[in-house]
Write a protein that binds this ligand. Structure first.
Ligand SMILES: Cc1cc2nc3c(=O)[nH]c(=O)nc-3n(C[C@H](O)[C@H](O)[C@H](O)COP(=O)(O)O)c2cc1C
Ligand code: SF4
Length: 487
């Protein structure tokens, strides 16, 4: 992952944890309504893909164990990882793309209900993403993938040569020459792997997204409701389709791009279809970006506009993330696909302990506070979920008392210690195991390996019932907490 050039090292530490008494009065542990449901506390575990599903996209026992372990800590809400809405092979990504998935998802809902004693609300994040290919071997790219055009022939002065000869000529060129001859898209496909963009109006499937996506999201949301989830989160963040519609880089000319009004149109139409399908009393919100952190990308002013539009349309919550784009991703090795969390925008999404003067904690706080203020000034009371480098009670509580957010997201901190919520509530904050923001977990995610935390995955491997990762070395869930000690 990209790191700020300053490379300043930060260490997570908490000087003071609250007593049980203080916690009893804390806003963080007070209830809040999210549409028709109530969260018992304002704590939230944002979506995190742990790669526990299988090639069929099913809920496996590992998926159930993963979420049940988080539920033992009894946070206010857990959002199940990005789950695919299209019934197509998607590697081991969890899917909700057909009714056959409902039964497994229902078992997941029941497991979380049981493990949390009914105290944790469970939502699921619905995702659509566009085609992306692995970075090709140059030889193969020129032999098979590149479509030979008259422009290539003209540049090579090979107007009358056979296609095979043109391909061979291209394959023999230096990178400098190739960069001059290939279009920017062809060069990008060679360097990073071909990737569809929402602006590819010449591609029928992409052009038709405004027609195809609303019913796909609507049916997926209905399945979530039938499986017993308390709500759905529409994934409008990071590098995926809906976020790309919101992006300032979306120059579509069919009414679904350009100015903010055009860019927000499909996200609103998707929401309208979802709402029509699940009804007014079902909790529906979205996750989108406070800032894209890419050249020419959307900033907080755009996000304020989108937030007002979503609130006005009747979303029940707005969860704000940051960055995580393909646009500045690092070049993958040949045979691998680009990963959207490797550039600066990826760093802003999951800031790590090597940072700049600002440090890795709470980098999303001020942009989100600005968005919250803008919708409050417009008269909307929609709850705002913030996240990014939050690990201590004081940090979380002051965000709420300063009215910078309504709900606080703990992603990696909950991964490092799923019992954070119960420990702090019991006045046992000193037993919390603090996330180091090492991004070891994110490195595993990048390789689509089962995600674990370096702080516990080699601990107590002999404990009864421990399930190991496929590498045979790491446990898949955090050890159980024994009050009186950290674990
Ligand atoms: C392993 C891993 C997987 C993630 N998967 C998702 C995801 O599926 N959807 C999403 O919106 N964010 C995802 N994120 C981002 C987190 O939800 C969160 O926004 C980010 O980690 C910053 O919050 P934190 O500092 O509390 O960890 C993921 C993060 C990690 C570490
Ligand atoms: S591996 Fe553990 S300590 Fe490191 S960032 Fe992830 S959750 Fe935090």
């Amino acid at each position: 992952m990209w790191k700020p050039p300053q490379r300043i090292k930060y260490q997570t530490a908490v000087a003071h944890w609250p007593t049980k008494d203080t916690v009893g009065r804390a806003e963080l542990f007070s209830p809040i309504n999210l549409g028709s449901i109530e969260l018992q506390q304002r704590t939230w575990i944002p979506a995190m893909v742990p790669w526990r599903s299988n090639e069929a996209g099913e809920v496996t026992q590992d998926v159930i164990d993963w979420y049940a372990r988080f539920a033992q800590g009894k946070p206010g809400a857990i959002v199940v990882e990005a789950t695919g809405i299209r019934d197509i092979p998607s590697g081991p990504l969890l899917r909700i793309s057909d009714d056959r998935y409902i039964e497994g998802l229902r078992r997941l809902v029941e497991a979380v209900r049981e493990a949390s004693g009914g105290q944790t609300r469970l939502l699921i994040q619905l995702i659509d993403f566009l085609n992306i290919r692995r970075r090709p071997e140059p030889q193969k790219y020129f032999e098979r993938f590149l479509i030979i055009t008259p422009e290539h022939r003209a540049a090579l002065n090979l107007q009358n040569a056979s296609e095979v000869e043109v391909r061979q000529a291209l394959a023999s060129l230096s990178d400098d020459d190739l960069e001059n001859i290939l279009t920017a898209r062809e060069w990008d496909a060679l360097q990073f792997g071909a990737r569809d963009r929402v602006t590819d109006l010449g591609n029928r499937l992409v052009a038709d997204l405004p027609q195809t996506l609303p019913p796909l999201f609507a049916r997926a949301a209905m399945r979530a409701k039938n499986a017993g989830f308390d709500g759905v989160e529409l994934h409008y963040a990071h590098a995926y389709t809906m976020s790309s519609f919101l992006s300032a880089t979306n120059t579509r000319t069919d009414g679904y791009g350009g100015e903010v009004e055009g860019r927000v149109r499909l996200p609103l139409e998707v929401f309208a279809a979802v709402r029509a399908s699940v009804g007014a009393d079902y909790t529906v919100g979205c996750r989108f970006l406070s800032e894209e952190i890419i050249n020419e990308g959307s900033g907080t002013d755009d996000a304020c506009f989108f937030a007002k539009a979503f609130a006005e349309a009747g979303m029940d919550f707005l969860s704000l993330s940051r960055g995580g784009k393909f646009d500045d991703a690092k070049q993958p090795r040949v045979g691998a696909a680009a990963y959207p969390y490797t550039g600066q925008s990826g760093y802003e999404c999951m800031p790590a302990y090597l940072s700049d003067e600002q440090g890795p904690w709470g980098r999303n706080v001020e942009p989100v506070a600005k968005i919250r203020t803008s919708i409050r000034e417009a008269g909307f009371t929609t709850p705002i979920v913030t996240a990014g480098g939050i690990y201590s009670f004081d940090q979380a509580e002051s965000l709420l008392s300063d009215q910078k957010a309504d709900i606080v997201g703990f992603a990696r901190q909950a991964l490092a210690d799923p019992d954070w919520f119960e420990k702090v509530r019991a006045g046992r904050g000193s037993e919390v195991i603090l996330c180091r923001y090492s991004n070891y977990c994110e490195g595993l995610d990048q390789k689509h390996k089962q995600v674990t935390c370096e702080l516990w995955d080699r601990e107590k491997l002999n404990e009864e019932g421990v399930i190991l990762a496929t590498d045979g070395k790491r446990r898949l869930t955090a050890p159980n907490w024994m009050p009186g000690s950290a674990r």
